[in-house]
Design a protein around this ligand. Structure first.
Ligand SMILES: [Zn+2]
Length: 92
């Protein structure tokens, strides 16, 4: 099945649950984000409405520092590279 990306309106393939990643803008389309456009739910790290604003401005879909900390508080773990080092943040 296919649908239009909620952010950039590019056509993308979706799975049986209605989920699919847009190859044009990188947004992870899911029904949760469509139903709650101001909520943040991984794998997206910003809300749908924020992603729409960022896309128009040409900004990447990265969370603000407070949004990132909020995701850590909610129990999400992160691994990323910073200055060549692998860094993991794991909630305990
Ligand atoms: Zn898109």
């Amino acid at each position: 099945m296919e649908k239009q990306c909620d952010v950039c309106e590019n056509t993308l393939k979706i799975d049986a649950w209605g989920n699919g990643t847009c190859k044009k803008c990188g947004w992870n389309n899911d029904k949760y984000s469509t139903s709650y456009p101001n909520a943040i739910n991984p794998p997206n790290f910003i809300s749908l409405n924020q992603a729409k604003r960022y896309f128009k401005l040409g900004k990447s879909f990265l969370p603000t520092y407070p949004q990132f900390l909020n995701l850590v508080k909610r129990g999400f773990d992160f691994t990323f590279k910073f200055e060549g080092k692998k860094i993991s943040i794991i909630s305990s």
